[in-house]
Design a protein around this ligand. Structure first.
Ligand SMILES: C[S@@+](CC[C@H](N)C(=O)[O-])C[C@H]1O[C@@H](n2cnc3c(N)ncnc32)[C@H](O)[C@@H]1O
Length: 285
């Protein structure tokens, strides 16, 4: 059975946690920190403190590393002139859309998309913050829908076919069933292939790097919150890279955040080695 949007809406509360983490560390505007995010952060604090005390990973170290590396890779795509529009799926309360639209102004169009309830919440937050300096839109999407008004196909019809496109997913993939993940990657590969330049950036967790006791405890807590399992279908980076090529990307690389430690601050904190960053390129159109 294909999971429906009402199923995956269970995941939405996690966006408040990550939104709170970004704001707490001065990444983007404070307005993206919600009271739900604050509550979740305090709820997880004892578990994170215990892990840190024993030299283990923390969710914050992992989240900050992934976000900073993805910001860096996206910045390179835009400043090189390859990308003129960004589609961030499952954007939640991430500050990236607002920050990039403000920073790059007319050079890009930034489209954030999420399930209708979360998209509406984001629009209200942005409206309270006042007009954005650049072209910044928030749209409703359900990445699990194959067709219809909420589908990726429908949303992508509103993009400019003449400009290079970056598609981003952050914090979404572990919540998807393996079959749904493959379908999503196939759709994104096809979509990015229709533009003069197409790149896909995302985080991904590998099974072999997320099997310790803290990871298991964190997975149990998150699974309880979202009332569903987390999935790490790939054990090794080479398996995930092969799966991305199998889905239609011309090239796929899984970066370790620590590769960027000489040029980016805060990408090798506790937990940073539990996440990889996908950089996958579409075949030339
Ligand atoms: C962990 S949050 C990540 C939010 C943000 N990208 C970040 O990193 O802070 C997961 C997000 O996925 C969204 N989501 C869940 N299922 C979805 C679907 N089927 N289509 C689009 N977005 C979905 C949720 O609403 C939520 O905002």
């Amino acid at each position: 059975m294909t999971p429906s949007s009402s199923d995956s809406a269970r995941i939405s509360p996690t966006a408040h946690y990550t939104g709170y983490v970004w704001a707490r560390h001065g990444v983007g505007a404070r307005e993206f920190a919600t009271s739900q995010g604050r509550l979740a952060w305090y709820g997880l604090r004892p578990l994170m403190a215990a892990s840190r005390a024993f030299g283990g990973p923390t969710l914050e170290g992992l989240l900050l590393a992934r976000h900073r590396v993805m910001d860096h890779l996206l910045t390179e795509e835009i400043t090189s002139g390859r990308v003129g529009q960004v589609l961030e799926l499952a954007a939640g309360m991430s500050p990236r859309g607002r920050s990039f639209a403000t920073r790059f102004g007319d050079r890009i169009t930034y489209v954030e998309a999420d399930l209708p309830g979360m998209a509406e919440r984001k629009r209200r937050t942005l409206a309270r913050m006042g007009p954005s300096a650049g072209r910044h839109l928030v749209e409703a999407v359900d990445v699990l829908e194959e067709s219809g008004p909420l589908s990726l196909a429908e949303l992508s019809g509103r993009l400019d076919p003449e400009r290079g496109l970056a598609v981003i997913t952050e914090g979404l993939l572990s919540y998807l069933e393996p079959a749904a993940l493959t379908t999503l990657w196939t759709r994104i590969a096809q979509l990015t292939g229709r533009f003069p330049h197409g790149v896909y950036l995302s985080d991904l967790h590998l099974g072999q790097e997320n099997s310790g006791p803290l990871e298991s405890a964190t997975k149990r807590v998150i699974s309880t919150v979202v009332r569903g399992r987390l999935h790490f279908p790939y054990t090794a980076a080479t398996d995930a890279e092969a799966a991305l090529r199998g889905a239609g990307f011309a090239t796929a690389t899984l970066h370790r955040p620590a590769e960027f430690r000489d040029i980016l601050p805060g990408v090798d904190g506790p937990g940073a080695d539990r996440v990889r960053i996908i950089e996958a390129r579409a075949p030339k159109p």
